[in-house]
Design a protein around this ligand. Structure first.
Ligand code: PGA
Length: 244
């Protein structure tokens, strides 16, 4: 079980960030839920000792290059970061994080012993199953440069683009979630074998809230959740943690 809070560009001030981290982390700790907080970079060092597990929302695919505005895996490691989200759909679309960039980021993170949380998910669904091929390509290419023995060290998050953020049409149904959790596991099994696939953590993300969170874990077969909007609302986030 893994609960990941993706704060995106919130909150506006460090004071609010400290409060949000403190209140939500305390409830997660009390309920023995591994809780990864992925704050904006600007709050990261201030939260280092305030959260159980620190995560990054993104990472540069390069280590030894001068890239304005970027943060690389070595820096994250030194800052005590344990997890990093890779290939979030907002970054794939707005910042052109493509499959090649993602596979390089994954390699650097694994080298630095940071667990990549690789986001995959289709933009739309069709009746012929083209969305499955699309997601399969995302999965396969993200782990393509890894040695087979290292594939066990990644986490996948199924995040259908149509279910994410304010523009979401709806969350995935538990059936849709379960189908994709199985599909991701099967795709990884074909590459790295059944043992690795059986232990793989597959999360669900996209309009997860305090009312539906538990159903993705119980009926949707997800091993955890990646939560955006609700993770920055103290009351709702606490309710969500308590619900699971
Ligand atoms: P949401 O975002 O929970 O606000 O839909 C999820 C995500 O982008 O990871």
């Amino acid at each position: 079980m893994l609960l990941v809070a993706n704060w995106k560009m919130a909150p506006d001030t460090l004071l609010e960030a400290l409060m949000l981290a403190k209140e939500t982390s305390a409830v997660a700790k009390k309920n023995k839920i591994p809780f990864v907080v992925c704050p904006p970079y600007i709050y990261m060092l201030a939260l280092q000792k305030k959260v159980a597990l620190l995560g990054a929302q993104a990472v540069s695919p390069y280590i030894d290059m001068p890239h304005t505005g970027e943060i690389h895996a070595k820096m994250l490691q030194k800052a005590g970061v344990a997890y990093a989200i890779v290939g979030h759909s907002e970054r794939r679309h707005v910042f052109f994080e493509n499959n090649t960039i993602i596979q390089q980021a994954v390699v650097h993170l694994i080298e630095k012993k940071i667990t990549p949380i690789i986001c995959v998910g289709e933009q739309t669904r069709d009746n012929k199953g083209a969305y499955l091929d699309f997601v399969k390509e995302q999965i396969t290419s993200a782990i393509m440069l890894l040695q087979k023995t290292k594939i066990k060290d990644v986490v996948f998050a199924y995040e259908p683009v149509w279910a994410i953020g304010k523009a979401a049409t709806r969350p995935a149904s538990v059936e849709e979630c379960r189908e994709m959790v199985i599909f991701i596991r099967k795709t990884v099994a074909d590459i790295a074998g059944d043992k690795v696939a059986a232990k793989l953590q597959v999360l669900y993300g996209g309009s997860v809230d305090e009312d539906n969170a538990k159903s993705f874990l119980v009926d949707g077969g997800a091993d955890g959740l990646l939560v955006g909007r609700v993770s920055t609302d103290i009351k709702k986030c606490i309710k969500l943690i308590q619900s699971i």
